[in-house]
Design a protein around this ligand. Structure first.
Ligand code: ADP
Ligand code: MG
Length: 389
């Protein structure tokens, strides 16, 4: 059989509703004795839980996808499209803290982290797999809250839940999300691709998430206006992935390199520069700061630009464009198509990463972004306790 024949046969099979239904039923009959609607706080039973998740979150009506219910999901890829895959593991106590993050928040952010990776490649997110390891004290309602959080941003982008895995965990909650997306092979934007003289842009505002985390962790003793507190903490708990912006930049082949800001500007810019074999200088006064971060900074007497440079988890996009496209990005920003700020320029590798202060003084970019194992060997702080210097 040729490759094409195999695809055609698969396509016919998936499109035969009777067979699709039988495939689903095979697995789900294992839990046939468990009532469809469980009473509140029922102790967890693996297959009943999976059935419920499948019914509530996993129903797919697409012709080219076979989702939950068999040993593997099946996707018929679109011709002339590349498949993008990304996965992210979230561990309680390392990536989130249930004292100030609800299960809904945790699910939501886990999904956004993956969405942001697809955005940074210029791709369109399509299918998601969710694997969970849950402590025995977890109720059915808890798991549903987690999945409502996961599926909220997923639904906004038309993403289908096609599978996952479920296990018990002795104490902590683990959540691993695998997201698949597609892109035209010629429209994929990589970290490697920034050239000397390219201009560096970032979307949105920087440093908010880190300030929000400091507020949530009660590291701030000073009074801060309530509206400002709420906004900053929401930026930490409910970030936004810049999916449309990433796709727009890819579609018009404007970005030469792109990355999403998960570790912080200083660390993530370094990844782009290492991959592209270049240096960069960044203008501190040009870093985009929200009014809320400015108020926070005034009240706490902590430099806003430190938060913008080193604070992680903003999930904004950093990208580079050829100098002739600078005006085009400015026009897009004015028209609300991509909200991006010009923060610097790509330089030869030997210049390294530099910051330019408002005084015009140039200095090396300090490194302060988080690395799991380096810090863990010292005092075991969590990923969410990274602190800008
Ligand atoms: P297997 O033992 O073959 O891995 P499972 O019983 O673990 O099968 O899973 C049955 C079906 O339910 C599969 O389609 C799987 O992808 C799906 N599934 C299991 N756990 C989850 C989950 N947490 N989220 C989404 N789908 C799940
Ligand atoms: Mg399994």
């Amino acid at each position: 059989m040729t490759g094409l024949n195999v695809l055609q046969t698969l396509h016919t099979t998936l499109n035969t509703p009777r067979i699709g239904a039988r495939l689903n039923l095979q697995r789900l009959t294992r839990s046939v004795l468990i009532p469809r609607s469980m009473p509140p706080s029922t102790p967890l039973e693996e297959f009943a839980l999976i059935q419920r998740l499948a019914e509530r979150f996993g129903t797919i009506r697409k012709k080219n996808v076979l989702g939950i219910g068999d040993d593997a999901a099946v996707i018929l890829p679109r011709p002339d499209h590349a498949l993008l895959t990304t996965t992210d593991l979230m561990v309680e106590g390392i990536h989130f803290d249930r004292r100030y993050s609800s299960l809904h928040d945790i699910g939501y952010k886990a999904m956004v982290r993956n969405l942001s990776d697809i955005a940074a490649m210029g791709g369109v997110p399509k299918q998601v797999l969710t694997s969970i390891a849950i402590p025995r004290s977890t109720t059915v309602e808890d798991v549903e809250e987690l999945f409502k959080g996961i599926m909220l941003p997923a639904k906004q982008h038309g993403i289908d839940l096609i599978g996952g895995d479920t296990a018990a965990s002795p104490q902590k909650l683990f959540l691993s999300i695998t997201l698949m997306g597609e892109a035209k092979p010629g429209g994929i934007i990589r970290r490697a691709g920034a050239g000397i003289g390219d201009e560096v842009f970032v979307t949105g505002t920087l440093g908010d998430s880190r300030a929000g985390l400091d507020i949530l962790q009660r590291k701030i003793s000073k009074e801060i206006p309530r509206s400002c507190k709420t906004w900053l903490t929401q930026r930490h708990l409910r970030p936004t992935a810049r999916i449309l912006e990433g796709q727009r930049l890819a579609r018009y082949r404007l970005a030469t390199a792109m990355i999403d800001l998960s570790d912080g500007l200083s660390g993530d810019l370094r990844h782009v520069c290492d991959a592209s074999g270049v240096g960069a200088h960044i203008h501190i006064p040009h870093l985009p700061l929200s009014n809320e971060l400015k108020v926070f900074s005034t009240h706490t007497r902590r430099a806003a630009h430190d938060f913008a440079l080193h604070g992680g988890e903003d999930y904004e996009l950093l990208f580079t464009v050829k100098p002739e496209h600078l005006l085009r990005i400015r026009r897009w920003t004015n028209r609300g198509l991509v909200n991006a700020t010009h923060i610097g320029t790509i330089t030869p590798k030997r210049h390294g990463l530099q910051i330019v202060h408002s005084t015009g003084i140039v200095g090396p970019m300090p490194i302060a972004s988080y690395q799991h194992f380096r810090r863990l060997t010292r005092s075991q702080p969590t990923a969410t306790t990274r602190r800008p210097r």
